[in-house]
Design a protein around this ligand. Structure first.
Ligand SMILES: *Cc1c(COP(=O)(O)O)cnc(C)c1O
Length: 388
């Protein structure tokens, strides 16, 4: 299967069929599995047998999703978690020791910032932020206790990019584990493992599910790193539900065509927003005006489904735009078939101080749009009045 095209693997990489010879993967809603004998059970517990023990460890639906996601990301091993944040937390908790230090690019997801600044310090783990677009300064932050480099590209919601090739070189040079949150790009648009990423985290809630139904997270990486991560997850219990795994695995069958359509519409929306009178600036990686446009073209297949834009009228204009929308929905999710508008300053990033928001480019007039699969003309018609 590995030599086939990724779109083919996303469809054809399925768990073995059962005695019923079903075509589509069935749902295995069972917390545990049985054994033909006491000896077979003992063998499986000792790691010698083939059997599945318990759904906190493994489950056929979850295993299918992991195998498919590994194949798409080009990684050796994986674990599926209940949400994107449990994946991010497990990646760090499994790999750092008391007193260790983390280097992270400043524009990380809001809850990742809370883990770094409020939760890990309880165990003496410290962190330093570096600027995503200034790799020449990253080495200044490294100490003899630095164990991991955490990054996100494109970032949520600022759409700042990190040069994955330079990040890979930096991590190898300093002997630190390279972790990438690849949620915004998905493995269809960008594969961090090709640049030496050791561990990739996903919020599968977003583009992977793609239809706003279930929460999920993925941890995908090198076998040696994943051994520690899987040990941590098996015994702390953030396992993904088999139902959610079944939904997300099904959705990956259409990831490529969905992302092509989201990216096409997002590019059209970005170009259209530039010409709207109430819009101060538009951020989209594949717009020539994006400060890292060349890097985007180098490491991403297309610009992704998120467009952010700044309104001339600040917070009042943002609330007017969100309130007048009839078709586009006000919600905090992203990566849905439905176009979603979010005002980060008062919602997803309201827990950050005004200074912290300013440092990652979240102004009061900034709106994040997750471009859905409705006809672009209908999305434009819905926003037109609010953008005057
Ligand atoms: C949403 C998101 C997360 C968190 O994922 P959940 O599934 O909501 O826990 C992490 N990183 C990024 C970039 C996200 O957009």
């Amino acid at each position: 299967m590995q030599e086939k095209h990724p779109s083919t693997r996303a469809i054809r990489q399925q768990m073995p069929s059962t005695e019923y010879r079903e075509h589509s993967t069935p749902l295995f809603l069972t917390s545990s599995f049985t054994f033909p004998s006491a000896e077979a059970m003992a063998d499986t517990f000792a790691g010698r047998g083939e059997g599945i023990i318990y759904s906190r460890y493994n489950n056929p639906n979850v295993d299918e999703l992991i195998a498919k996601a590994c194949s798409l990301e080009g990684t050796e091993a994986g674990f599926a978690t209940a949400s994107g944040m449990s994946a991010v937390f497990a990646s760090l908790a499994a790999l750092v020791e008391q007193g260790d230090h983390i280097v992270a690019t400043r524009a990380v997801f809001g809850s990742t910032h809370q883990i770094l600044s409020q939760i890990l310090p309880k165990w003496g783990v410290t962190y330093t932020y570096v600027e995503p677009d200034q790799p020449e300064t990253w080495a200044d932050a490294v100490t003899d206790r630095t164990r991991v480099f955490v990054t996100e590209t494109p970032s949520n919601p600022g759409l700042q990019l990190v040069d994955l090739e330079q990040a890979g070189t930096f991590c190898r040079k300093h002997g630190i584990t390279f972790i990438v949150d690849n949620c915004f790009a998905t493995p269809y648009l960008q594969r961090p493992a090709d640049y030496g990423a050791d561990l990739i985290t996903h919020s599968a809630t977003k583009w992977m599910d793609g239809q706003g139904r279930v929460l999920g997270g993925l941890l995908l990486g090198r076998a040696e790193i994943m051994e520690k991560v899987i040990f941590f997850c098996r015994h702390t219990g953030p396992a993904m539900s088999p139902f959610n795994a079944w939904v997300i695995s099904k959705s990956l069958e259409t990831l490529a065509i969905r992302m092509d359509a989201h990216c096409r519409s997002a590019m059209t929306m970005a170009e259209w927003l530039v010409d709207q009178p109430g819009v101060e600036s538009v951020h989209y990686p594949f717009l020539a005006s994006h400060p890292q446009h060349d890097l985007a073209r180098k490491q991403m297949r297309a610009g992704g489904g998120i467009v952010t834009f700044e309104l001339k009228g600040g917070a009042a204009a943002a609330s007017r735009l969100l309130n007048q929308a009839q078709l586009c929905t006000r919600s905090s999710n992203l990566g849905d078939t439905r176009t979603i508008l979010t005002h980060p300053a008062t919602t997803t990033h309201s827990k950050l101080s005004p200074e912290e928001r300013a440092a990652v480019g979240i102004t009061d007039g900034l709106v994040r749009m997750s471009v859905g699969l409705e006809a672009v003309a209908d999305i434009q018609a819905d926003l037109q009045d609010g953008l005057q």
